[in-house]
Ligand binder design. Structure first.
Ligand code: TQI
Ligand code: CA
Ligand code: ZN
Ligand code: ZN
Length: 159
C-alpha cells in the first residue's frame, strides 16, 4: 500500500509578515512565541518573511476603518480580529492599551494572549464553549492564557 517519505513531509508550512502599520520590532518576538506554541501542538510550521504582499498571514495594527469592512471601535470593545482560513489577515486595534511585556501586566490586555487566540481563528478554530480553552470568548486584563487540551483537540480534529 501507500508509503510516505521519511519523516512524513507535507505542505503545512505557513509564512507570515508584518504590514506597514505594525511595529515589527515589538511584535516579532511575541509572534515567535505564539507560532512556536501552535507548532508544538499541530502539523504547522511558521516562518516570518519580509514581504507582506505574498505572505499567507498578514499582521497589522489599525485604528478605526482600515479597509476590510470591520472597523475598529476605539478603546475597549473589539481588541483584535482575524478571519477564517484561508484569508490570513490578523489585525490589532491600535487604540487599546496593550501590554507587550514578556509577562502579563495588571490592568492591561496581554497582546500575546490575544495573538495566540487570533492565530487559532486563522488556523480555523471558532469559539469553544469550554471555559478553560484559549478559544473560549473571554479575556481579562492582566491575564495570560495558553493553548489548552480543548484547543489541541480542535486543531488535531481539523488537520
Ligand atoms: N475579537 C473577536 C474575537 O477574536 C472577533 C470575533 C468574534 C471573531 N467572533 C469571531 C473572530 C469569530 C473570528 C471568528 O473573538 S475580540 C477575545 C475573547 C477578542 C475577543 O477583540 O472581541 C480574544 C479578541 F475570546 F476573549 F473574547 C481576543 Cl481572546
Ligand atoms: Ca477597540
Ligand atoms: Zn481588520
Ligand atoms: Zn475569538
Amino acid at each position: 500500500h501507500y508509503s510516505f517519505f521519511p519523516g512524513n513531509p507535507k505542505w503545512t508550512h505557513l509564512t507570515y509578515a508584518f504590514d506597514t502599520s505594525a511595529n515589527r520590532d515589538i511584535l516579532a518576538p511575541i509572534f515567535v512565541t505564539v507560532f512556536s506554541k501552535w507548532s508544538a501542538v499541530s502539523l504547522f510550521t511558521f516562518e516570518e518573511i519580509a514581504d507582506y504582499t505574498v505572505s499567507d498571514i498578514v499582521i497589522g495594527v489599525h485604528s478605526g476603518s482600515h479597509g476590510d469592512g470591520n472597523p475598529f471601535d476605539g478603546p475597549g470593545g473589539t481588541l483584535a480580529h482575524a478571519f477564517a482560513p484561508s484569508d490570513g489577515r490578523l489585525h490589532f486595534d491600535a487604540d487599546e492599551s496593550w501590554s507587550t511585556s514578556t509577562v502579563p501586566v495588571a490592568g492591561s490586555i496581554d497582546l500575546q494572549t490575544v495573538a495566540l487566540h487570533e492565530v487559532g481563528h486563522i488556523l480555523g478554530l471558532e469559539h469553544s464553549e469550554f471555559e478553560g480553552a484559549l478559544m473560549y470568548p473571554s479575556v481579562e486584563p492582566g491575564v495570560r492564557k495558553d493553548i489548552a487540551q480543548d484547543d489541541i483537540n480542535g486543531i488535531q480534529a481539523l488537520y
